[in-house]
Ligand binder design. Structure first.
Ligand code: OGA
Ligand code: NI
Length: 373
């Protein structure tokens, strides 16, 4: 059940019921925030807590950078051209789209249907899967640590899909009835696509594929399903504040036509125009560290629409919890000379604890800044 809170003089709206801020050592755990879907439904006034005055000062690129590269995954096995394109996409953009990725269209369509169905349920039903005070999983919002923090115009459902034996099924909705099976299948298919990309990346990086893949064996995969209601003041809020993903690799799908993802390039925001059926892939901070900075994790944000709701799913692919997050030793030898590491080493467990307990604050505000040597 949700309790009510008065936001900015508007009608009372329910808040996600959480009790406490995280204590040191916990992985995630955030302050309670209003449910944005309800907020959007009861009042057209947008509380000051969502307004980002800095948005007015920021520049959106007028097409000078073009679009992020499009990689045809079916060509990665057969020739060097597509591999070279992938390598430069990872180095120059940190973001690209993949087509012919091998994930069947019906897997994505079914996921889209079930996610949409879930967010259309009553608040009471969705709150059965609400986040707890101790973690990121469940229905709610992440990365809120202070009452003064500007909030994002969006709700999410977050689940950890792997390791399978650690799944917390209490956060896996039973409604729609097919949802659990759909999530399971979607996660497995995306993991396959992610591993296939990692193999191609290791060829480009000239490291043995097994060495990179082994880091990700029995790794962590999470799905973050985002629901951004329409907002009367869409140009002044964000759906997800500027951040770089603290993950290995992210594969993003948008579920409906509303646009919103923007990538930071040379100080400007480049709007991404997703191709139908494509995944938008980005290098996360962990992969930047593993590649000793050869591949870049790039700042991005999600905007919302003034008329239409927007839905997206991010699939985060992380290494095994027991590995060290550090530049791969093979990459520290180039042309038979030893290269200096550009990042420190940290256990994945500690990395997670720290990065999940920091608010989203661009790339420079992220934990990776503290990892740089
Ligand atoms: C994210 C993210 C962008 C979007 O969930 O990490 O960047 O378009 N989402 O929803
Ligand atoms: Ni992101």
């Amino acid at each position: 059940m949700a309790e009510n809170i008065n936001v900015g003089g508007c009608l009372p709206v329910p808040i996600f019921q959480q009790q406490l801020a995280p204590t040191a050592g916990e992985v995630g755990g955030y302050l309670p925030v209003p449910n944005v879907q309800e907020l959007a439904a009861v009042s057209k006034d947008v509380s000051a807590r969502y307004i980002r005055p800095e948005r007015e000062l920021e520049q959106v690129a007028a097409g000078e950078f073009g679009q992020i590269p499009v990689i045809d995954m079916s060509k990665l096995q057969v020739g060097d051209d597509e591999l070279a394109k992938l390598h430069s996409a990872c180095k120059e953009w940190g973001f690209f789209q993949v087509i012919n990725h091998g994930v069947a269209e019906q897997v994505i369509t079914k996921m889209a249907e079930d996610v949409q169905h879930f967010f259309s349920l009553s608040l009471e039903e969705k709150m059965e899967y609400a986040q707890l005070s101790t973690g990121i999983e469940g229905y709610g919002q992440a990365f809120v640590f202070s009452e003064k923090q500007t909030l994002d115009w969006g709700d999410m459902l977050y689940i950890n899909a792997t390791p399978v034996h650690e799944r917390k099924m209490r956060f896996w909705p039973r409604n729609p009835s097919s949802f659990r099976a759909t999530l399971d299948q979607y996660a497995a298919e995306l993991e396959k696509a992610a591993r296939s990309l990692l193999i191609s990346m290791s060829r480009n990086l000239e490291v043995e594929p097994e060495k990179l893949l082994n880091l990700f064996n029995d790794g962590e995969q999470s799905l973050r399903m985002n629901y951004y209601p329409p907002c009367e003041q869409a140009s002044k809020v964000t759906g997800v504040a500027p951040h770089a993903d603290g993950t290995g690799l992210t594969l993003l799908t948008r579920l409906n036509q509303a646009q919103g993802l923007q990538v930071r390039k040379e100080g400007k925001w480049v709007p991404i125009d997703p191709l139908p059926g494509a995944f938008i892939v980005n290098i996360g901070d962990i992969l930047e560290i593993i590649t000793n900075g050869e591949y870049k994790s790039i700042e991005h944000r999600a905007l919302v629409n003034d008329r239409n709701e927007r839905l997206s799913i991010a699939s985060f692919h992380d290494p095994n919890m027991d590995v060290m997050i550090e530049p791969m030793s093979d990459l520290l030898v180039k042309d038979q000379k030893k290269q200096a590491p550009n990042y420190k080493s940290i256990s994945h467990r500690d990395y997670k604890k720290i990065s999940r307990n920091m608010k989203l604050d661009g790339k420079d505000g992220g934990f990776i800044t503290h990892m740089k040597i």
